[in-house]
Design a protein around this ligand. Structure first.
Ligand code: NAD
Length: 412
């Protein structure tokens, strides 16, 4: 199986052929501007110390400062962080926001650390990266297993280092520290807006759509909840432990209540309990991977029953699987479009921090809707005109925009 970064290189190479881009430009598109690797050491609750690998990768700031989340996960190694940073540059260009790509990570299992120890890791990350990030340089945000609370620790630590207030150095903050209304649900809301556009052009009725969502965190739970309220039937859900399925439909809010009380989605009664692998290939119309990367691969793509896939997770589908899905006629809204609502509202948060003036939630939602709708239409039209799958269309549009900025700066 390819690594996540090898997948990115493969996609850029394919796009470059389509757009007839020079080798020099391709090389610039697959080379990060900076790879920052640090060892961070924290004191554990029992007085022992532990050293963890920490990363920040910065990818192409020709359209604006680097932007992207920080992941706390045992699989968050340098290759994965590089792939995620590169995807951020593409994503910002797909939705036309003036930012480049960035991503950070710490390789550890936060579930085996206490709240205090996670705070120590967060502060240590911000201290060690302080000289490389900042409001006009590189703006981190939450990602897998990082939260608004963690953003608060990072902001606080960063401001101690630089000695002044700079709320726009990080997004996904709690409201009390300069967060934006609507940020918590933005990724899922953006995914819903593009799904609704797709349903519209395909002439389908949402009340007849059965949905499976893999992952029950910020992206997955919120998406399931929004779609349920709109009238879609949520037939499958999962967390890191188990998956559940019900032909009659699940109420995500009830499932969350049970998960909070008892520990897993599989503690809900009257449902079929499956593995995550089984869930992906269960019967549905729409599959929403919203957990980790490399979930849909050449060994399971053929068995996927959904006719629409909405990639809320980053990198859930491998290039081999893409080819199989295209052959089967599955319409896939790629991560760089489907989950771009998160970075779009992060961008709104940054704009509000810089203005020192905050918008009402309706304003955030309406501005997000305008951007997601236009981005879907741009990608859809480009893909239709060039007879491309939506991922290839999105990549080609984004690469054109990035290359234009690089050329204007005389970088290529
Ligand atoms: P989160 O930490 O809130 O939730 C992650 C979810 O994945 C949890 O429900 C967890 O139980 C589940 N999970 C973990 N390991 C799993 C496994 N092996 N199999 C199945 N499920 C597993 O994270 P999130 O913010 O919801 O992010 C999920 C995905 O969405 C990631 O790929 C992330 O990069 C992407 N994403 C999130 C945002 C955002 O704003 N939250 C924005 C863009 C992209």
């Amino acid at each position: 199986m390819n690594t996540p970064f090898a997948n990115y290189v493969e996609r850029i190479t394919k796009t470059a052929k389509l757009l007839n881009i020079s080798e020099k430009t391709v090389s610039a598109l697959i080379t990060p501007d900076a790879v920052i690797e640090k060892d961070i050491t924290i004191t554990k609750d029992d007085g022992s110390s532990v050293t963890l690998p920490a990363y920040r990768v910065q990818f192409n700031n020709s359209r604006g400062p680097y932007k992207g989340g920080i992941r706390f996960h045992s699989a968050a190694d340098l290759d994965e962080v590089k792939a995620l940073a590169a995807a951020m540059a593409i994503k910002c260009a797909v939705v036309g926001i003036p930012m480049g790509g960035g991503k950070g990570g710490v390789t550890f299992d936060p579930k085996s650390f206490s709240r205090k120890e996670i705070e120590e890791v967060s502060r240590a990350w911000a201290r060690s990266m302080a000289s490389s990030i900042g409001v006009d340089k590189d703006i981190p945000a939450p990602d897998v297993y990082t939260t608004p609370e963690i953003m608060s620790y990072m902001l606080d630590e960063y401001e101690k280092v630089v000695g002044h207030s700079e709320p726009g150095m990080i997004t996904g903050k709690p409201l009390a520290l300069g967060g934006s209304l609507g940020r918590g649900i933005a990724t899922a809301q953006g995914g819903m807006f593009v799904l609704e556009e797709l349903i519209g052009v395909l002439g389908k009725n949402r009340n007849e759509m059965r949905v499976i969502v893999q992952g029950f965190g910020n992206a997955g739970y919120t998406m399931a909840s929004i779609l349920h309220k709109l009238g879609y039937t949520i037939v499958g859900l999962s967390d890191s432990k188990n998956a559940i399925y019900s032909k009659e439909g699940l109420d995500p809010e009830h499932v969350m209540k049970i998960k909070k009380e008892k520990g897993s989605v599989s503690d809900v009664s009257g449902v079929e309990v499956l593995t995550n692998e089984e869930l992906l290939v269960s019967s549905c119309d729409i599959l929403v991977p919203a957990a980790l990367d490399n979930q849909i691969r050449d060994d399971n793509a053929n068995n996927i029953q959904a006719s629409i896939i909405v990639e809320l997770a980053n990198g859930p589908t491998t290039p081999d699987a893409d080819a199989i899905l295209n052959e089967k006629g599955v319409v896939l809204i790629p991560d760089v479009l489907a989950n771009a609502g998160g970075v779009t509202v992060s961008y709104f948060e940054w704009v509000q921090n810089r203005q020192g003036y905050y918008w009402a939630e309706e304003e955030v939602e309406s501005k997000l809707h305008i951007i997601m709708k236009k981005s879907f239409q741009d990608v859809w039209m480009f893909a239709q005109e060039n007879k491309l799958p939506l991922r290839d269309g999105a990549f080609a549009l984004a690469v054109k925009r990035i290359v234009e900025a690089m050329e204007l700066r005389g970088r290529v």
